[in-house]
Design a protein around this ligand. Structure first.
Ligand code: UDX
Ligand code: UDX
Length: 464
């Protein structure tokens, strides 16, 4: 078995950055170089000031601080890193296609292809190429074909090794993964490549948690896992609407069903909808693949998970407008949170973007406080949605680093992210400074309803 001493990872994003930092920290005998075409991002990974890394994750700065410059390097010299490594992770983004065949559904693998071509061109000795990015099932065949047709006659082994970390808990998830999944070919070369990668993870994880499969199972398992997780959120969100209609309380329902060990308690938190870079993209991709194979019922089944999510966002926004006397024009609406979940600065597909978009259509003034997201990022998110000219958005979207400034004079508060600090805000002071009646729409069910009502707030949560 080939012993790995040098690893390269292409893509210094939310997955590549934290994953490689943990590998470097746990494998002092391996040199890990993370490369990216984005010079600014690499510069930010190399910053002296560890609180200014491009990605915020609890515990990440400490790990990067310890390993960087010893056996962890961030660089824009992609070719050199490829040339030197025995094992190369591809961890570039695979967004939903925005053009042509599969527009709005299929995953765009153009970056996977371009990285593969670079690897083929540069590699002068045998390499193990690992798909870390989430890809459509059977992408490894494409990667292999490109490597073999355009390479320098060296041997390539392609593995699938999807990453299951969740943002906000990335470091914890990596250090203590439920499982690591590695898919590879069944021939001796494929098995040797699998063994080499198993050996990397075995530096800190028990072997029984390292699962090996064929390549296609591994690729599909990642899509399946995200589809199942998202389905749970849509299932409880669908129940939340029924709870509102029947006076049941979705938190009580979730608790009652979650205690059944066959169902389990996790991922039953009703919310204003799931966000993040993965769930929607991966389910759309799954639906697209199912349609490609002519499996209409399968495609329709999974598509419903996305439809419920869009419905949940819209119904939350509509309820705000209805409660505010069917008029939010020029009203100040305070958003607590913009990130798609707590403990991350990532805003991709955050429900906050969609709810803000809906309210701006009604001419509301949105003022946001999020501890980790800048106004520029929020504006870019709305711009990317493309509902209206950017300058109109800009006249309706504001942010401040002081939550009390955002809340002062507001007609309503929408809790969009479950940041812990929102619970300990000075709620009596907020009540005093708001327009009356003061509404709180808790899109995350994280505030204490009874306490807020006792102060005089009009509280409405999700599914209660
Ligand atoms: C990851 C996975 O790779 C994706 O497939 C999964 O579904 C979600 O998580 P993520 O790390 O979140 O993506 O993406 P991002 O933060 O956008 O990072 C990707 C990085 O790759 C970017 O920094 C980008 O500059 C870089 N990149 C992209 C390259 O270096 N080369 C390219 O050709 C394309
Ligand atoms: C997800 C998967 O969990 C992870 O395994 C995969 O690698 C990438 O996609 P991530 O998107 O980072 O991770 O976060 P996750 O914790 O799964 O949350 C996704 C969204 O669902 C968030 O908006 C979250 O707020 C929402 N959610 C989650 C709920 O609304 N209710 C829940 O009970 C759980």
């Amino acid at each position: 078995m080939k012993k790995i001493s040098k690893i390269c990872c292409i893509g210094a994003g939310y997955v590549g950055g934290p994953t490689m930092a943990v590998i470097a920290a746990k494998c002092p005998d391996i040199t890990v170089t993370v490369v990216d075409i984005n010079e600014q991002r690499i510069a930010a990974w190399n910053t002296e000031k560890l609180d200014q890394l491009p990605i915020y994750e609890p515990g990440l700065a400490e790990i990067v601080g310890e390993a960087r410059g010893k056996n962890l390097f961030f660089s824009t010299d992609i070719e050199r890193a490829i040339d030197e490594a025995q094992l190369i992770f591809i961890s570039v983004n695979t967004p939903t296609k925005t053009y042509g065949i599969g527009k709005g559904m299929a995953a765009n693998i153009r970056y996977i292809e371009s990285c593969t071509r670079t690897i083929a061109r540069v590699a002068k000795d045998d390499k193990i190429v690992v798909e870390k990015s989430t890809v459509p099932v059977r992408t490894a065949a494409t990667v292999k074909a490109i490597l073999e047709h355009t390479g320098n006659q060296v041997k390539f082994n392609v593995l699938s090794n999807p990453e299951f970390l969740a943002e906000g808990t990335a470091v914890r998830d990596l250090l203590n993964a439920d499982r690591v999944l590695i898919g590879g070919d069944s021939d001796p070369d494929g098995q040797a490549a699998i063994a080499a990668l198993v050996d990397v993870y075995a530096h800190w994880l028990p072997r029984e948690r390292i699962l090996t499969t064929n390549v296609w199972s591994s690729e599909l398992s990642k899509l399946a896992a995200n589809a199942f997780l998202a389905q749970r959120v849509s299932s409880i969100n669908a129940m939340s609407e029924l709870c509102e209609a029947t006076n049941a309380d979705v938190r009580e329902v979730a608790r009652a069903i979650g205690m059944d060990s066959r169902i389990g308690a996790k991922f039953l938190q009703a919310s204003v909808g799931f966000g993040g870079s993965c769930f929607q993209k991966d389910i759309l991709n799954l639906v697209y693949i199912a349609r490609h194979y002519g499996l209409r019922e399968v495609a329709d089944y999974w598509e419903q998970v996305i439809r419920i999510n869009a419905h949940q966002r819209e119904r939350f926004a509509k309820r705000m407008v209805t409660s505010l006397f069917n008029n939010v024009s020029d009203k100040k609406i305070a958003f607590l949170g913009w990130a798609f979940k707590k403990d991350t600065n990532d805003t991709r597909e955050s429900s906050a973007i969609y709810v803000a978009d809906f309210l701006i259509r009604e001419r509301a003034q949105i003022h946001v406080y999020d501890p980790k997201v800048s106004l520029d990022q929020m504006r870019q998110d709305l711009r990317e949605l493309g509902s209206r000219p950017a300058d109109v958005n800009d006249q309706h979207l504001f942010a401040s680093s002081d939550p009390y400034e955002v809340l002062n004079g507001a007609h309503a508060i929408a809790v969009m992210t479950e940041w812990d600090e929102f619970k300990t805000l000075d709620w009596p002071r907020i009540h005093k400074d708001m327009e009356k009646p003061p509404f709180v729409f808790d899109g995350r069910n994280v505030l204490e309803r009874r306490e807020l009502e006792a102060i005089g707030f009009q509280y409405s949560g999700i599914g209660a």
